[in-house]
Design a binder for this molecule. Structure first.
Ligand SMILES: Cc1ncc(COP(=O)(O)O)c(C=O)c1O
Length: 398
């Protein structure tokens, strides 16, 4: 098989993207310093200053007030806190007592939301309502409205992701938030994938809660935030020292928080140019893949404003996605069969199934995702081998 270069080609930025040098520098500097931001002495006050400056920086990047930023250990925790916490708050608070409360979400969410909703259903007596998506993976605001017309006071929370991690569909978040609010229902959005590539403005979106994470935008793994209006008061998932407005207990990770803020600011400073550059590279990647494998199917919305600029997702008829992934890996090219969190479990993608794909198409799919270190060389390397890799995978599947 032809081989392009010994250097690995990384086409899996949606799983995690390299840390930006400025974030590594900030984190390294901070790791050498002392202080728990909750301590009252000078070392603690210094750490607190770093945390609060980082909070301000993140709030500015995401169109929020500093007091609306609640630090967490990442996207998974923020999603759990939003979905479970807002559900419990409504069930215990303003919603009708003794009634079964509904949680509205979509069948294309990341597992952090999907499985939180399933758990609420199985263990907490909630009723889950799965909003349908179209063949492009998008939810129509009318579908949300239809689900809200009956007994909206029994709907605890609605959660729809800003952009899909597998096929890159961008949802009409502000329209969805407006519909939820017409019926007095709090609205959460998982903006983990959107935050690196799209202008994510919490206030303008109208959402009550929004999830972001550090490692998708060039910050470290293990830090994220739930951005929350002051009026939204989720019941905490974890209890302890009462940090973060008593909503999320646990000692704050000052080095990671600082690096997260530095990365988010760097990302925001280049976002418009970078989105254009990535969209250009992505279009070239799509062109090269379709030229080498003419029957490959591009899943998700057409390239344009409805799709993340760095996302390309294909089904390759007659192939197993896992076999393609391993063959590409053997050629020094890293990609994914879907979300990193489910890779390794040989199940067809729930996202593609929800979009109407059959099992075979859902199993024979691969995601290529671009990010801040991607270059044309990465795209050309894929273009050079994808035809042969698909031929081989097809022969193996026969
Ligand atoms: C859409 C989405 N939400 C949540 C997460 C989980 O974030 P974290 O890895 O920070 O827990 C991911 C990670 O892949 C994601 O893509």
């Amino acid at each position: 098989m032809s081989s392009y270069s010994a250097d690995p080609v990384y086409l899996d930025h949606a799983a995690t993207t390299p840390m930006r040098p400025e974030a590594i520098a900030a984190m390294t500097e901070e790791l050498g310093r002392l202080g728990n931001p909750s301590s009252l002495h000078a070392a603690g006050r210094r750490a607190r200053r770093v945390v609060e400056e980082s909070r301000e920086q993140l709030a500015e990047v995401f169109g929020a007030r500093p007091s609306e930023v609640i630090f967490t250990s990442g996207g998974t925790e923020a999603d759990n806190l939003a979905v479970k916490g807002l559900y419990w708050a409504r069930r215990e608070g303003s919603g009708p007592r003794g009634k079964r409360h509904r949680v509205l979400t979509t069948s294309v969410e990341h597992h952090a939301v999907l499985d939180s909703v399933r758990w609420l259903e199985e263990a907490q007596g909630a009723e889950a309502v799965w909003l349908a998506v179209g063949a492009d993976g998008a939810v129509r605001p009318d579908a949300l409205r239809a689900a809200l017309t009956q007994a909206p006071e029994q709907v605890a929370v609605a959660s729809v992701m800003w952009a899909n991690n597998e096929v890159g569909t961008v949802q009409p978040v502000s329209e969805l938030a407006a519909v939820a609010h017409e019926y007095g229902v709090p609205f959460h959005t998982d903006a983990v994938q959107a935050a690196a590539q799209l202008p994510v403005d919490f206030a303008a979106s109208g959402a009550d809660a929004l999830t972001v994470t550090g490692h998708k935008l060039g910050g470290p793994v293990g830090v994220g935030a739930l951005i929350l209006t002051r009026a939204a008061a989720p019941v905490p998932v974890q209890h302890g020292g009462g940090q973060e407005r008593d909503i999320r207990s646990g000692t704050l990770d000052t080095p990671a928080i600082r690096a997260f803020a530095v990365a988010a600011a760097a990302c925001a400073g280049q976002r418009a140019d970078e989105a254009e550059r990535l969209a250009g590279l992505r279009d070239e990647l799509v062109r090269q893949v379709l030229a080498a494998v003419p029957d490959a199917v591009l899943n998700g919305p057409p390239p344009g404003p409805g799709r993340l600029p760095g996302n390309a997702h294909f089904s390759f008829p007659g192939c197993e996605g896992d076999a393609l992934l391993m063959l590409l890996d053997a050629n020094g090219i890293a990609c994914s069969t879907g979300s990193a969190c489910t890779a390794g479990v040989a199940e067809p993608s729930h996202v593609l199934l929800a979009m109407g794909a059959d099992n075979a198409r859902a199993r024979g799919s691969l995601r290529f995702s671009l990010g801040h270190t991607s270059t044309k060389r990465d795209v050309d390397a894929l273009g050079l081998v994808i035809g042969e890799v698909v031929d081989r995978a097809r022969r193996a599947a026969r």
